[in-house]
Design a binder for this molecule. Sequence first.
Ligand SMILES: O=C(O)CCC(=O)C(=O)O
Ligand SMILES: [Fe+2]
Length: 364
Amino acid sequence: MAPSFDDANLFNFVVRDGNGVKGMVDAGLSKVPRAYLQPPQERIDKDAARKHGQPPIDLSKLDGPKHDQVAEQIVRAAESLGFFQVVNHGVPVELLESLKDTAHDFFSMSPEKKAVYRTEVSPTPLVKYGTSFMPQKEKALEWKDYISMQYTNDDEALQHWPAEIKKVSLEYLRTSMSMVRKLLQVLLENLGVKPDDSITDVLLDKKMVNMNFYPTCPSPDLTVGVGRHSDMGTLTILLQDGIGGLYVKIEEDSEFEKKGEWVEIPPVPGALVINVGDMIQIISNGKYKSAEHRVRTTSTKSRVSIPIFTMPNATAKIAPLPQVVEKDGQALYREFVLADYMKNFFGNAHDGKKSLDFATINAA
Ligand SMILES: O=C(O)CCC(=O)C(=O)O
Ligand SMILES: [Fe+2]
């Protein structure tokens, strides 16, 4: 007989004991437990969303005679949707395939093996395994398990990251970073920043590789894999598999799209998804948009995604760039220390782009 999960024993089983959503689904679940039921306004209507039609940007052309056109595509995407896809990005396509396989293998391991990395007991502060985003703070839980690996240096990663996933994850990070650096330089140059590595270094100082696992869900219409949020950092690089379910909110009316509408970022084989985080919105004084996004679950196949989050160091002071403020006539965001921004971001459940209010001058 399928087990029944009432609210108290569900929280203990899934969150406290580290079984995750995967453990709950594996126990034989026919119905979504109450703790996962999203309020109607947060549910994702698959049929209402269109696919974002923008073709991926070919980054191999960034170093050739088409540099200016490609740079323009990157800038335009960052100014409007805050999301774009890239191909010829320098990360080997075979590596992307093995990352997805490795993520599936990792989450297929026994709960006991994964639960050693639960935040409360992890042998290292660099690695965290968990479920949902902020289970203690959320009104409805997210249908997702994850493992998060913070990067300090290669030696520590090889020593502390889980043995089963460290090699591919490190290779993914290593092969992605020169692309990320180039993208950021394009965005900064367009703001009038001289190609100067010191700002790039500050903005890309910290890196984290996550693996997200979204088990199959009996009623995808009632749940979310990840609720509405923007990423807090600089740029996020995201590898998604072929299943789909990543939705982004349109920020501004345009010829083709309406403000407030959700579009799906369709899986493109071999492509990586790039999204603009809160820090880029802030330093650009709002010119670039950190994208509000969310993830739908499916009933047919479990989905994996593998983001790399980049961000400044916790001690960094962040504010809109002076040359942008000078041009704009006023700063939309105040200066803050990143650690304080993070405390606010990770201290609350996902709530769209509310995280930016922390730094917004005259936030409503
Ligand atoms: O799974 C995805 O496609 C996106 C995940 C995400 O938004 C995140 O981990 O911040
Ligand atoms: Fe995200």
